[in-house]
Ligand binder design. Sequence first.
Ligand SMILES: O=CC(=O)O
Length: 313
Amino acid sequence: MENLSVLMTCPMSTYLEQELEKRFKLFKLWHYSSTDQFAKVNANSIRAVVGDTKIGADAKLIDTLPKLEIVASYSVGLDKIDLTKCEQKGIRVTNTPDVLTDDVADIAIGLILAVLRRLCVSDGFVRSGSWKNGDFGLTSKFSGKSVGIVGLGRIGSAIAKRAEAFGCPISYYSRTEKPNTNYKYHSNIIDLATTCEILVIACALTVETHRIVNGGVIDALGPKGILINIGRGLLINETELVAALIEGRLGGAGLDVFEKEPVVPDELFGLDNVVLLPHVGTDTEETSNAMADLVIQNLEAYSLSKPLLTPVV
Ligand SMILES: O=CC(=O)O
């Protein structure tokens, strides 16, 4: 197995680095001044790339590595990988589904509660000593509110299940109606946004879903509506979102992802009806290690010519 040379694109998990180093010849792209400098000496030896949600394998990297055979992503999302190019070149691709579903669904519910019950603001209220001057004031109830989910895949379904336990009626939008659910299907995202109080974006970022939440969807959700995004920043038109929040056309937002991470629009920092997280949906020790194990198992399977565990291409 040592003969598989693996390129990691950026720091993602110390455990993953250590485990890769035990098994393969590991190169770390961030130890070089540029991809070109790395490629000058090593391009012909790399057969595997391990990328993540920050740096995956785009067309330029793939073209730089003529011997590349497999991209094992330390993420479920595949938007940072040029899948078409991988398919054309016969490069295998794997990701890390399932092991992270619970954590991402948990953080979606956490964001809903944080926005509606104003958890971060009330924490600040206690820390600043303001409580001594009077009560915090009333917030908004979660239990029983109608939840609309965009994308009823693994993560969307796990969010639905959790929201059901809060007594929330669930409806969803996806390309096709899913069999065997009691949830109401909308074939149009505007209809979904019009009929729900909390809209959770849980679909993959693809050409079709790019900025699927535009001004029309935000206005359909309305001044009492809450928008939650645990998918990708580019699923929402961020400029429209910021404008709607500032103008009071949207009730609030809970965001784990942004268009240009780690850059977050300055305007959001001054709003106390938004909760902002640094893309941490999967970042628990347990899940991070499970994702790393899956990356390793896929690479091991590949190097032993065994079936991949979670193949995408
Ligand atoms: O965002 C997280 C992932 O795609 O795994």
